[in-house]
Design a protein. Sequence first.
Length: 446
Amino acid sequence: MSFESNFNAFDEWISQRHPDQQEYLQATREIAGDIIDVYNANEEYQQFDVLRRLTVPERIIHFSVCWLNDAGKVEFNQGWRVQHSGLIGPYKGGLRFHPTVNESILKFLAFEQSFKNALTGLPMGGAKGGSDFNPKGRSQHEIMRFCQTFMTELQHHIGPNTDVPAGDINVGAREIGYMYGQYRNIHNRFSGTLTGKGLSFGGSHVRTEATGFGLIYMLQAVLEHHQQAIEGLRIGISGAGNVALHAALRAAQLGATVVSLSNSRGCIVNNNGFSEADIQWAIAHKANEDNILTALQEHAGGDWHDGKTPWDAPMDIALPCATQNELDEDAAQTLVHNDVAFILEGANMPCTDAARKVFEQHHIPFVPGKAANAGGVAISGMEMAQNASFQRDSYSQIDKTLQQIMRDIHQKMVEEGTHNGRTNYAKGANIAGFKRLADAMVAQGI
């Protein structure tokens, strides 16, 4: 059977099942297209129907969250936990609180998380969850009450050997703390049920920095593979959250020139680059500013572009770190025109299919989020191990381990994705993750 007929049959099958879940369809099609030859060459994979089975979540939990606001009125939100794959370990993945959260987004994130976690080499399955609750403008007491009510339902479905959630968009150490406190009160048990906790009650060093730092460590590995160094290179970053700011910080510390950051209101471009001190200032003051980027402009200079993205600025390396499908075909063409040399995804699937095709057509190395932003979940896995052993490693030990994990992921992509002297990082990541999950599925039967 030809590649085309296999892929088309799969695409027709999954499109008919989930016609309205575009993010989920985008993620599954992308992986299926890269691994179909591997699937067809393995009789056991076909016998156990691993391709279709790996695209279907093992469990989707959907629940209501009714809570009291400060005015004493009942508010209602929806909550989800998508437990996609537990083949290689407890379900693991973040919780997101944002009004755009829906089942399609969480299914795509949980699917990607399963492959990301497989790439780390750690024993972690894949999951994602959250709520359409919007914490913006809410009081601290309202956020606490919501987190406690959310956990009152979620606690039925998680545990240190079952499912270990972490933070994601709008879920930081504060929210994790509120949820963990509720879990502990209900179960009368101190355990590693959540990661991303504060250092005072079982958290890990480097967790806050891990995704952004890991992105830069992956960039270093890619550059070394192409006989280049990071010093002096111009790096454009989108986003102004945890990942973007810590990626900018580590890049500046290593001698790169960070020329941009962005948020939903626009972008800031500084052709001279933001210094390490500038970025440290933004990290320190972010919580107290209505728009940290306009505040950063006043503090450090640069040009603010209202309603714009940073991809028009000349840069050697593009690191999209904001949200899914933020970098489209037009932006990709602009980057190519401006001679961008490398693209690494700091967010989950921030490049559209059309953008990815542009990069591939021009042979520009492109590292997908499932590999490039795996540093966060890698440190979450280490936090699980530290909680289980009632120990804590030092900051420097964990940072060194993070660097090694990112280099190991890079090596897997090179091994699986190199053909005729050129490495297709996206294909290498998808094949490496697929093989680990597929082999575990075959070994465990049906």
